[in-house]
Design a protein around this ligand. Structure first.
Ligand code: G3H
Ligand code: 13P
Ligand code: NA
Ligand code: ZN
Length: 328
């Protein structure tokens, strides 16, 4: 059944677990997520980005997610719109039947330019008014995703601020977060702690100076009743990077957010953990390996099945690691 984000995250807070939120673009990802949820008895958050809506078409995505609730009626599913760039984008998703939307007012309507605080409060508050009238939850974002290592915003996949950011912009301030939540009434708050979207988050395994888990603790202390969201939370599995490169890929050395650091965040108020890149890496690695090892095969179902299995195993591992398993 479709559930609201608020309902699910309230439950997660009560029982102290986190929920991975997986981006979905196609039927293989959807199957991988649902099979993993079914095997581990986990509730599901699936989210559609603007890129996903462009790729698959909003009606296809909507029916893909509804199909999941039909085939797996015992699994609660949140249908979430990721990174909305304006209240009207969010409004269209609400009309389409999404049970949750993200109004990312940390960036302007171009999805690239950092905004000022008052703008963010205004667009987020308006979206909350509209969404709550329809029983839909809202995630807001305060602070910009970006690399504390290089000062670069992580805009590699087109989502995120462009160019240079200050250290201050890349770390959400606890006092400002308290004011933001009070003024907007968001159901969940995405925070900036040094992560960025995509595979190129860190040039070395991250330490506290470039992945600010301590900041989560300070924010949670100040607003203990607010559900926190970590974006850019792929772990960038080294084993999948190695497989991709073994079978013709060329991905340079890079590191993601270690699962243990996410677990530490979950102990301090993180309830939603956004993951897209890890499934992309696993899918690409599995397909590259299959095609290299089976050069005569041409039935897409053969290699896409490998993709589903690889993504499913990542999803299962995250459901177990974040404590989601068993709570469907
Ligand atoms: O927000 C970032 C997600 O990884 C979605 O990426 O815009 O390429 O679908 P996308
Ligand atoms: P990753 O690129 O780390 O998977 O993050 C995805 C995300 O934050 C989607 O909103
Ligand atoms: Na989101
Ligand atoms: Zn994101």
């Amino acid at each position: 059944a479709l559930v609201s984000m608020r309902q699910l995250l309230d439950h997660a807070a009560e029982f102290g677990y986190g929920v991975p939120a997986y981006n979905v673009n196609n039927v293989e990802q959807m199957r991988a997520i649902m099979e993993a949820a079914d095997k581990t008895n986990s509730p599901v958050i699936v989210q559609a980005s603007a890129g996903a809506r462009k790729y698959a078409g909003a009606p296809f995505l909507r029916h893909l997610i509804l199909a999941a609730t039909e085939e797996f009626p015992h699994i609660p599913v949140v249908m979430h719109q990721d990174h909305g760039t304006s209240p009207s984008v969010c409004q269209r998703s609400i009309q389409l039947g999404f049970s949750s939307v993200m109004m990312d007012g940390s960036l302007g309507e171009d999805g690239k330019t950092p905004t000022d605080y008052e703008y963010n409060v205004e667009v987020t508050r308006r979206t909350v008014d509209m969404a709550h009238a329809c029983g839909v939850s809202v995630e807001g974002e305060l602070g910009c995703l970006g690399s504390l290592e290089t000062g670069e915003a992580g805009e590699e996949d087109g989502i995120g601020a462009a160019g240079k950011l200050t250290h201050e912009q890349m770390l959400t301030d606890p006092e400002e977060a308290a004011d933001f939540v009070q003024k907007t009434k968001v159901d969940a708050l995405a925070i900036a702690i040094g992560t960025s979207h995509g595979a190129y988050k860190f040039t070395r395994p991250p330490t506290g100076d470039i992945l600010a888990i301590e900041q989560i603790k300070a924010i949670h202390k100040r607003i203990p009743d607010t559900h926190l969201v970590m974006h850019g939370s792929s772990s960038v599995p080294q084993d999948w990077l190695a497989i991709i490169n073994e079978f013709g890929g060329e991905i340079p050395e890079t590191y993601g957010v270690p699962v243990e650091e996410i677990q530490e965040g979950i102990k301090h108020g993180v309830r939603k953990v956004n993951i897209d890149t890890d499934l992309r890496l696993a899918s690409t690695g599995a397909i590259r390996r299959f095609l290299a090892q089976n050069p005569a095969e041409f039935d897409p179902r053969k290699y896409l099945k490998e993709s589903i299995t690889a993504m499913r195993d990542i999803c299962m591992a995250r459901y177990e690691a974040f404590g989601t398993a068993g709570y469907a």
